[in-house]
Unconditional design. Structure first.
Length: 530
């Protein structure tokens, strides 16, 4: 038994990958009258069946399922790259993926969860899996049961495709299909087409694809960054909003009351609480004309003005007051002040308001700081993903100079995981009682161990903690990957396998363990290759 704990919560795409409205509807239509509605049900067999059902129900009602489905990526906090495209529902669309794959989407093909047509734009999330590293990182099961025999999938390529509108999943209309021309590096007609049923956790045979080859040049491959949604503008806008929020909070800081100076010109104003919250918290505020106003005259009191405008001058200290009369404008620097008992009352109010402000200000600054750090991390993950795709694109461009691309064509009638594979039954292999340690000889507790062979595009998954029947092919160049309890990556390389010879009985695999938790697929790949 394999128990997975502390798994990361599934994302919107992962949840949608397990939903298949078209298949659910088709299965529903096949259902006949339930047994419990037939006369035979009330015989002795029916009663026994009812008792059994009730017993099973009472057993299972208390079962808590905390798994995330059959797709379980082995690492958490990884920036998984999920290229996104936006398509219009009212016209036929062809998505050209950077690998050379093309996706043909007919117009008016999408429906919502209730089966109603979807209009407007739809976002298509699409990604591909081409090698053992991709299979390992994805957490997608790569085994297939047939006739009571479990096989390992040897893949010619796998993909995941999902559709969304306003964050909610959309589905392919019953009777409609999306045509895929999938770019692969593997020729041959021995591969079948499979769809992953994430509800039962099994691959379902859906027929075969058609295969064709065609040479391609680098010019025909779209630049990889066109398939990524750049969050830079969104993040910059969010950071700007954070700065604005902090600025607004600072503007709400109550001003320190100042006592009115004897003999200075003073007046009152009706102040807007929204524009000047730092002043509006007080009663009986006077405005005093500052000594820096050399042009102020007592005659100013005798004028009738058409408009008065107040603006902050030195925040929390002084304001610029602009008076308008016809074409004339008069501008003075004024200070909020208090007299006598009003000053004493304002001072008490200031102490109360100031303590409350400082507390709320500190809380808000901490909150906004956390948001800012999260946005900066999001940008780092995007940049890491972009770098990875640029390097992958460069690899495809280089390969295009000497290779012909294989196109495997097929149609899909539902979103999710699709695979061009052939079941592979492992040949006679060597079996050992395996244990695993780090470089210092400390035993590693591993939930699962993954083995891949250099000459085959597959991956074997061994679930722990018991590895008393660990199998491998001594005649094939192999490598082991694993993930520790604290989500670090461990590797037993091709060279390590060559050096171990062909042991019998017990064998300890001494693995190289990463000294940190990785945050991107590219970091993991570099470590495993090292």
């Amino acid at each position: 038994m394999k128990t997975n704990i502390n798994r990361p919560l599934p994302g919107q795409e992962d949840i949608a990958g397990g939903k298949n409205f078209g298949r659910l509807l088709a299965d529903y239509k096949k259902i006949k009258t339930p047994l419990y509605k037939t006369p035979k049900f009330f015989g002795s067999i029916g009663i026994a069946a009812l008792v059994t059902v009730l017993i099973l129900y009472n057993v299972n009602i208390f079962k808590t399922d905390k798994t995330t489905g059959c797709v379980n990526p082995p690492l958490k906090n990884i920036a998984y790259n999920r290229p996104q495209f936006e398509v219009s529902t009212d016209k036929d669309t062809i998505i050209n993926y950077k690998s050379g794959t093309s996706i043909k989407i007919p117009a008016n093909i999408f429906v919502d969860k209730k089966g109603k047509p979807v209009s407007g734009n739809v976002k298509i999330n699409y990604r591909e899996f081409h090698d053992a590293f991709d299979f390992f990182m994805s957490g997608i099961p790569m085994t297939y049961d047939s006739g009571g025999v479990q096989y390992v999938f040897e893949s010619a390529g796998m993909m995941q495709v999902n559709g969304f509108q306003n964050g909610a999943p959309v589905f392919i209309k019953d009777g409609k299909t999306i045509d895929i021309s999938f770019a692969s590096q593997y020729m041959g007609n021995e591969y079948n087409l499979y769809e992953l049923d994430t509800v039962i956790g099994k691959w379902i045979l859906r027929g075969k694809d058609s295969v064709a080859t065609a040479s391609y040049s680098g010019d025909s491959i779209p630049d990889s960054d066109t398939s990524l949604v750049n969050p830079a503008e969104s993040i910059t806008a969010k950071l700007t909003l954070i700065e604005e929020e902090i600025s607004k909070i600072e503007n709400r800081k109550p001003i320190t009351p100042k006592i009115a100076a004897k003999g200075r010109p003073q007046f009152t104003l009706d102040v807007s609480s929204e524009e000047f919250p730092e002043i509006a918290v007080y009663q009986n505020v006077l405005f005093e004309v500052g000594r820096e106003n050399k042009n102020f005259s007592e005659d100013s009191y005798k004028q009738v003005y058409e408009n008065i405008k107040l603006q902050p001058y030195h925040t929390g200290e002084s304001y610029r007051m602009t008076l308008t009369k016809g074409k004339e404008k008069f501008s003075y620097i004024v200070y909020p002040v208090f007299e006598g008992k009003n000053y004493d009352e304002a001072l008490k109010e200031f102490k109360i308001k100031s303590e409350l402000y400082e507390k709320k200000y500190a809380e808000r600054i901490a909150e906004e700081k956390k948001k800012k750090e999260e946005l900066e991390q999001e940008m780092k993950r995007y940049e890491a993903g972009l770098k990875y795709y640029e390097e992958q694109n460069a690899k495809y461009l280089k390969a295009s100079q000497s290779l012909s691309l294989v196109y495997r064509s097929f149609s899909i009638n539902s979103f999710g995981y699709w695979n061009c594979d052939r079941p592979y039954e492992a040949p006679t292999v060597n079996t050992v009682v395996a244990s695993f340690t780090d470089g210092d000889g400390k035993k590693l507790e591993l939930n699962a161990v993954y083995l891949t062979e250099k000459n085959r595009n597959l991956i074997y998954t061994y679930s722990g903690p018991d590895y008393s029947s660990f199998r491998y092919d001594p005649n094939s160049a192999s490598m082991i990957w694993a993930v520790t309890a604290d989500y670090r990556v461990a590797v037993f390389s091709y060279d390590d396998f060559t050096a171990m010879g062909n042991p019998r009985g017990n064998y300890t695999f001494k693995m190289r363990v990463s000294d940190k938790n990785f945050t991107s697929e590219e970091e993991v790949k570099i470590f495993l290759k090292g």
